[in-house]
Every structure is written in structure tokens, then in C-alpha cells.
Design a protein around this ligand. Structure first.
Ligand code: SF4
Length: 400
């Protein structure tokens, strides 16, 4: 579908920045520090900035923080310089007026990003360890379509990134460990251990979710679904009570069948039969939302609720800003973006809970309608897949 994963304008304007716009190369001893290391285990380690010693020797991880990292790798029976390729997100040292190291600016990170991406494309690492915020901003933040938040919410995930075909593992930077309590170092070592454990872990091979979604208009097809079923509504707003609000489409997935449909009278009757069926367990991200809309707009009590992936995400990991489906879609399944084109149409007036979003405007063209249906279909596929993965984690049958 043309343009479905288009990059918004503000991202495009950040493209094309290079050394000429950055200028740091003219102020350091070792400009454009090359990547270094034997790369025997196909691990790429990306730090933040060169330390003073790195700049002196024109090699990454030569200084105090590099030593902390070398020791941590050794404890885990890896060799930093033999097993990995090493580089920094910003490849020239950044200093303040006193000549001391300073954090890089977002602009410097963006300028250097093309060099980082070129290294990833050239070496094709199996594991990419991101040390600290600058590395996170370069590799994930520059491709993330909304505010990417802070390192605290990203650290510790092992992300099967589809674009780079690599496990991406953000963790704290050694300079942060150096200044922090012992407990932080313990967490850091656990995160590093987890990242290194992906060295021999194959990447999951998912089919393109867009191709899996089937648009249907025959309610008989809903009878093919087996328990448990994830379902998702696209609606004209947040609250179903206000006059004129409606469910415009619904998707359902049982892991094998992935259907989406407009809410014709026939499909509505088929859906109500499914939602009331006590033999089919139900899954929904934020089940309270789907439950209320079903009750008010379909006059239907959903029977046999089984799982809410949003609640389960919170129970499994109580950090802030990690329970959204879009975040989970990336950290669990490597899908960077399937919603940014649709998102502006789903947003209602934040000050008025009863306000209408722009979904009907999107639906007014055939291409807009198809985009919404596919988006809705992907939601159910991911909710179902996430729920099953979480159930395995709760049962202790999954190690990653
Ligand atoms: S930091 Fe990166 S973009 Fe800036 S001058 Fe050095 S190599 Fe070029």
C-alpha cells in the first residue's frame, strides 16, 4: 500500500545532515573515528561519544568507561575487542569550553546517524548493543515516529528489529554506571548478559502483517474463529455515550484467521454472536474500552474475557510508557511503525472526552478506508500474538 509507512516531513528535514553541517571533525585530534574490533561474534557495540583517550588513540573504548565495559564483557566470558565491532553514535569527541567531555546535542547525533547506519548496513551485525541515550537516539529515536521517551523505558529489551535484521539491545552507558549506586550496576550487568545471550538466538521470522489481514463482508466467516480471539474496534471517539458516536470497523484474530470488516447490520449481528459466545475466550488491548463500546453501541455483554495485553504488560514490567501496543509491537516483534499515517485521524480533542476524531474523514476515500481497515486488522493480530507471548512468560516457558 503506497505511502503506508511514509516518514513524516519533520523526519525528512532531519535527513541529509552530515559532517559539513556538524563541523565537529575540525575540532578534534581524531576526526570521524572509524569502527574498531574483530567482530568475531557479529556484535556491534555503539557508545555515545569518544572519551579523551579514544580521541588520542583514534580507537573507541580506550578510556575509563571503555575499561568498565571491557571488564563487564570479560566477566560474561566475552572479549570486547575480539567479539565485537565498536563505534560511537557521535564519532568525534564533544567538549565544552573547558575542554571537558560534554553530551552530544541532538543535532550532532542526527548529523552522525548516516555513518552509524552505513556501518550497520556494511557489517550486518546480529546483535547491536546501544550504550546510553545518544546511541538510543541515533539508532531508534531517529526512526521512531513520536516522542521516544527516555532510556529507562528502553533499557533491557532485546528487540528483533526488522529493518536491520538484528537484535537491538539498549542498555545504560558505562559512564552512568560509574556514577551510580551498586544496584544500577547489577541491573546493567543483567541487561548486558541478556543482550549477549542473543548472540546465538535466531531472529523470529514473521510474515508481513499487512498481507495477513483479510477484509470480509460475510458474517459466516466469523464462525471459523477458534478460541481465544482478539478483537479491536476503530471508533469515532473515546467515549461511546455522546450522541452520534459509532464503531466504524472491527478486526478479529485467532492467530490463524485475521479478519476486518465495516459495521454493516449483517456484520454487526455476526460480531454480537461472536462476542456473546461463552466458548470463545476474548482478548483486547485495554479491554475496558472495547467492553464499554460493545455494551453501549452494540447492546452486547462480552462473555468470557480472557486477557488484556495492556494490563499484562504492566504486570510483567511496571515501568512507565511501555504498555502501548505500538511500543510493544516494536520491542516484542520489531515492527517500527504501522500507525503514524493513521494516528492523526484517531486523535480527538484532548480537552473534550466526548469529541469526535477524524476517522470518518479518513473513511471518505477508498484508499483511506483501506488504510484504516488494514491498520485495525494489524492491531488484532498483534494483540493476539502479544497475549500468547505474555501467557508463556507468565507460565515461565519463555526465556527472552
Ligand atoms: S561527529 Fe560525525 S557528523 Fe560530526 S563531524 Fe564527526 S563524523 Fe562528522
Amino acid at each position: 500500500m503506497a505511502g503506508f509507512f511514509d516518514i513524516p516531513k519533520e523526519k525528512i528535514s532531519r535527513r541529509g545532515k552530515t559532517c559539513a553541517s556538524c563541523g565537529l571533525y575540525a575540532k578534534v585530534k581524531s576526526p570521524r573515528m572509524p569502527a574498531y574490533g574483530e567482530f568475531k561474534k557479529k556484535i556491534l557495540v555503539i557508545g555515545e561519544i569518544p572519551e579523551e583517550k579514544d580521541d588520542l588513540y583514534n580507537k573507541p573504548f580506550q578510556g575509563r568507561y571503555g575499561l568498565i565495559l571491557q571488564n563487564a564483557f570479560r566477566k560474561l566470558e566475552y572479549s570486547l575487542f575480539e567479539d565485537c565491532l565498536l563505534m560511537h553514535a557521535v564519532q568525534c569527541r564533544t567538549v565544552n569550553e573547558d575542554g571537558d567531555s560534554r553530551p552530544p546535542t541532538s543535532d550532532e547525533i542526527i548529523c552522525c546517524k548516516s555513518r552509524v547506519f552505513a556501518t550497520i548496513k556494511e557489517y550486518k551485525p546480529h546483535v547491536i548493543i546501544l550504550l546510553g541515550t545518544a546511541a538510543l537516539e541515533s539508532v531508534i529515536g531517529s526512526r521512531w515516529q513520536s516522542d521516544f521517551g527516555s532510556l529507562s523505558q528502553w533499557r533491557g529489551w532485546t528487540i528483533p528489529d526488522r529493518e536491520f535484521n538484528a537484535w537491538i539491545c539498549p542498555i545504560f552507558d558505562p559512564s552512568y554506571i560509574d556514577k551510580s549506586e551498586k544496584e544500577v550496576e547489577t541491573v546493567w550487568m543483567q541487561d548486558l548478559d541478556k543482550a549477549l545471550s542473543m548472540t546465538y538466538e535466531p531472529l523470529p521470522d514473521y510474515e508481513d502483517e499487512k498481507e495477513l489481514v483479510e477484509i470480509i463482508d460475510d458474517p459466516e466467516r466469523l464462525k471459523e474463529l477458534k478460541s481465544p480471539v482478539a478483537f479491536d474496534f476503530e471508533t469515532t471517539g473515546l467515549k461511546p455515550h455522546a450522541e452520534g458516536h459509532q464503531i466504524v470497523c472491527t478486526s478479529v484474530s485467532d492467530g490463524n484467521h485475521h479478519y476486518v470488516f465495516l459495521m454493516t447490520d449483517e456484520m454487526k449481528r455476526g460480531l454480537i454472536r461472536l462476542l456473546r459466545n461463552p466458548n470463545i475466550a476474548k482478548i483486547a488491548q485495554n479491554m475496558k474500552f472495547e467492553n464499554t463500546w460493545a455494551k453501549i453501541r452494540l447492546d452486547c455483554e462480552v462473555r468470557n474475557w480472557l486477557w488484556d495485553p495492556m494490563l499484562a504488560s504492566h504486570i510483567l514490567d511496571n515501568r512507565s510508557n511501555i504498555t502501548g501496543l505500538k511500543f510493544q509491537a516494536y520491542v516484542q516483534f520489531g515492527i517500527l511503525d504501522y500507525s503514524s499515517e493513521i494516528k492523526p485521524y484517531l486523535e480527538a480533542d484532548k480537552k473534550d472526552a466526548n469529541s469526535f476524531n477524524r476517522v470518518l474523514e479518513l473513511m471518505s476515500t477508498e484508499s483511506g478506508k483501506k488504510k484504516l481497515l488494514i491498520y485495525c486488522g494489524i492491531d488484532s493480530i498483534l494483540e493476539h500474538r502479544l497475549a500468547l507471548k505474555q501467557m508463556e512468560e507468565f507460565n515461565g516457558t519463555r526465556s527472552t
